[in-house]
Structure formats: C-alpha cells, structure tokens
Design a protein around this ligand. Structure first.
Ligand SMILES: Nc1ncnc2c1ncn2[C@@H]1O[C@H](COP(=O)(O)OP(=O)(O)O)[C@@H](O)[C@H]1O
Ligand SMILES: [Mg+2]
Length: 230
C-alpha cells in the first residue's frame, strides 16, 4: 500500500467568485513509504498548494486523497489536526515560527500535545536542535535570528516528533550552500530511518541530491512529468 495516493485531485480557490482560480487539475500520484520525492516546477505552478493538501493542511475540491491508507480528504478538520500531529512534519516556506518565543519553545510545539515529562521534552528538543545546528541559540527569541537560523529552527520543529512523513517547501531557499548541504544530509539520514520525504524545490542543489528517488514536475497545476531515478 502506498503511503500517499491521490486520485484525480483538483483545487479551486474562490469557487463561484469573479476571482475563481484553478490551482491544481486532476492530479493522480502515488508515493511509497521510504521514498524521497522532489516536486518541482516553475513559480506559481501549484507546488505549495499540492504540498499543503498532501500534508493535510488543506483539502482538495475534487478527487480523493489517501494518506497512510486513510481517505483523509473526507475527514473533518478536527481529525485532520490530530492525524497531522501524529504523522506529519511540515517545513513551511515562510517558516511560521512564533515570535516572542525562544528557539527551545518553538521547536517544542509539536510535542506539547503529547504530554511528555519535562526531561524527555527537553532531550527531544535538544537533539533536534543539535541535528539542525541550532543548539547554540536555544534560549534566543526567534525574531533575533537570521533567515538561515530561522530555517533551521523550522526544520528542527518539523522533525522533533519523529513524523512518518516530512514535507518541506523550498527548504534551502534561505540557506547558504554549507547550511543547505547540512540540511540535505539531515534529510538523507531521516530517510535512512525509513521516513518518507516530499520536498518542493527548484534549488539545483536539492534536485541533484542523491537521495531523491522520484521527481514530479508540475506546470500550470498539472502533473507534467513523473520520473524515477535509475
Ligand atoms: N489561497 C489562495 N487563493 C487564491 N489563489 C491562490 C491561493 N493560494 C495559491 N493561489 C494561486 O495558486 C497558484 C499556485 O500557487 P502555489 O501553489 O503557491 O505555487 P508554487 O508553490 O508552485 O509557486 C498561484 O497562481 C497562486 O497565486
Ligand atoms: Mg511555493
């Protein structure tokens, strides 16, 4: 059973209004557990929209989406939120960190609903910070960090709960090439542990990376190419 399967999904924004816009049309794809999939395509082609549906943050307007065997496209927001907390990590293009909180508190967010002991929570946060190279800034408010550092906090937060599927929207966009390589190595390691990774990116450094097992290209909201690494 694939970990992700979409059957003819479409996404229309502002249905019925004068600014109605079809961002995705009839997308069918499957992703097996343990794969690392690259989603590429020009700016505005629908990568972020597709990623947000696959990460259960938005619902398709048509078609069916099965994630880990469940038809999540039929679920209410409440069930989706719980499912997302348990299984999904997301690295947003714009980070979505919480200003006013320090690095430690931002990374801890996905763990809070789990009700871990203070020492286990602290250990998990520090391990994720260690892995993403941000451990030296744990007590600094996030708004005082550089863009690259904020990106690393966003990545630490996405992996801290050990999700089965990690989604990343342009994860290297704010990083210099050294930090980008560090993050890609981290993804490779994550995948080695059996996790599934889906990355939207047009960074050549990501596109050439050895761990990419499948490439999907979208153009104007349609799946244009579907290729496998040989
Ligand atoms: N909430 C929204 N309402 C209306 N249009 C949207 C919305 N989100 C995205 N779009 C439009 O959908 C298209 C695809 O956007 P996006 O998925 O962000 O593309 P990409 O990530 O490939 O750059 C764009 O034309 C964008 O303007
Ligand atoms: Mg985008």
């Amino acid at each position: 059973m694939p970990i992700i399967q979409t059957i003819g999904i479409s996404k229309v924004f502002n249905i019925g209004a004068s600014n109605e816009f079809t961002a995705l049309t009839n997308i069918s794809l499957t992703i097996e557990a343990g794969e690392c999939v690259l989603l590429s395509g020009p700016s505005g082609s629908g990568k972020s929209t597709l990623l947000s549906i696959l990460a259960c943050l938005a619902k398709p307007t048509e078609g069916a989406y099965f994630c880990m065997g469940e038809q999540v496209s039929r679920w209410s927001e409440k069930f989706l939120t719980r499912f997302r907390r348990q299984h999904i990590g997301m690295i947003f293009q714009q980070f979505h960190l919480i200003r006013g909180l320090n690095v430690r508190a931002n990374i801890a967010i996905p763990l809070v609903p789990q009700g871990l002991s203070h020492s286990r929570l602290k250990a998990a946060v520090e391990q994720a910070a260690e892995q993403t190279g941000i451990a030296h800034k744990l007590d600094i408010p996030v708004e005082k960090l550089s863009g690259g550092e904020q990106q690393r906090v966003a990545i630490a937060r996405a992996i801290v709960a050990q999700p089965a599927i990690l989604f990343a929207d342009e994860p290297t966009a704010h990083l210099d090439s050294h930090n980008a390589k560090t993050i890609l190595d981290l993804f490779a390691n994550f995948q080695k542990n059996g996790k599934t990774i889906i990355i939207a990116s047009h960074d050549p450094l990501v596109q050439q990376h050895f761990f990419i097992s499948k490439r999907l290209i979208i153009r104007d909201g349609m799946l244009a190419e579907y290729s496998f690494k040989i």
